[in-house]
Design a protein. Sequence first.
Length: 90
Amino acid sequence: MFTRVKAWSHTVSVARKHVSNWQSLVLKAVSGSDGVFRSRASGTISCDAKTLLRQLVRLENVWHDYGDDLQVIGFQNTSLVISHISEGIL
């Protein structure tokens, strides 16, 4: 039970970091619907909320595993844009 609460808390914090209308993203991910979401960096994306949220969480986790902090991701057309890439990862 605690593991699920911890995972959910992490998911919400990732949504808050990257998406301006994060409340909509979380609610639509729970209900399994599509939406239009605004990045805190730049751009909007129209997609399935659950898929977007999973991608954001996975990217955060991978960057964290490499010991780096992921900057705020931008949205362009149907893509996620990472504007700052650390030299340590390349």
